[in-house]
Ligand binder design. Structure first.
Ligand code: GUN
Length: 291
């Protein structure tokens, strides 16, 4: 069993990005600048956004955190977004999801300038991705492709079962892995909460991407020997033995699945750090495009 080490791989990526930023600086080019918009005080979202800002500092980017109260109106948020679209120093930005219930998420995502949409969530980028055109790829699927590629996991002709059809992970992952690309050319099945024969499908899978958000859902009896497992889940599960009162659990029961796996991502330290590294990569790309 080989661990797909997202922490190490993301560190390698960050070093590569840092070297590109250093070179930009010594040649008088613009420093990449990422902004993050956070509405409210959701604990997990605050942790993610802070990690993104810290990663920016590490690679030498400028970063701006726009921290807005939970009762921010949709109109005020849209004004902020307009400001970011028009700010020439901002190369790319993200609006951390989920947003409070009173804000229309679709309306917000549509307001982001696609050229600054380093999350790849705008319909223009989703459409371009689907049509194999240059675009910003969403960071989590992009990170998974990068991990599969760097560990030379064969995907061509393989059966990939993706559990989950979210706009952020499952749906784009299914499109990308079926395309003609590195870590692509796979036969893809998208399973979800209405799938009736999930165990049967998983037992046929060469690669399983678990992205449904139910802790330790995928168990050893659901996978075949030699499977590759990508665990996208990261849920806070109450654990009184921990100082902070919770532990982080993936969608995969690592204990029963890992002995059967050829490759598997750990949680934490698998997909999570890759997401951040790919966001940085997209921001560098956005900056280079604006040169
Ligand atoms: N919430 C969960 N994942 C993501 C992500 O990749 N980007 C943003 N903006 N919000 C998220």
């Amino acid at each position: 069993m080989t661990l797909l080490d997202g922490k190490k791989t993301s560190n390698d990526l960050k070093e590569e990005i840092k070297a590109s930023v250093d070179l930009r600086k010594t040649t008088g080019k613009k420093t990449p600048h990422l902004a993050a918009v956070l509405v409210g005080t959701d604990g997990a979202s605050m942790t993610y956004v802070n990690s993104k800002v810290k990663a920016c500092e590490y690679v030498g980017f400028s970063s701006t955190l726009l921290d807005m109260p939970a009762d921010t109106s949709e109109a005020t948020l849209l004004e902020k977004i307009e400001g970011l679209n028009n700010d020439p120093d901002i190369d790319g930005y993200i609006v951390q999801l989920p947003l409070p219930k009173h804000i229309d998420e679709q309306k917000v995502l549509m307001a982001v300038n696609p050229d600054k949409d380093v999350d790849g969530f705008h319909p223009t980028n989703v459409g371009r991705m689907t049509l194999d055109m240059p675009c910003f790829l969403p960071a989590t699927p992009y990170g998974i492709l990068e991990l599969l590629e760097r560990y030379k996991v064969e995907t061509a002709g393989k059966h990939v079962v993706i559990i989950g059809r979210s706009h952020i992970v499952g749906r784009p992952m299914s499109i990308l892995m079926s395309q003609k690309r590195p870590a692509g050319n796979a036969t893809v099945t998208v399973a979800h909460s209405r799938t009736s024969n999930l165990k049967e499908l998983c037992l046929q899978a060469d690669i399983i991407v678990a992205a449904l958000g139910i802790p330790e859902f995928l168990t050893g009896d659901m996978v075949k020997d030699g499977v590759t497992i990508i665990d996208v889940g990261i849920t806070r599960v109450e654990d009184t033995s921990k100082k902070r009162g919770y532990r982080l659990a993936g969608d995969v029961d690592f204990k029963s699945v890992s002995p059967k796996a050829a490759f598997i991502t750990p949680v934490p330290g698998g997909v999570g750090p890759m997401t951040i590294a790919m966001l940085l990569k997209n921001t560098l790309l956005a900056c280079e495009r604006r040169d």
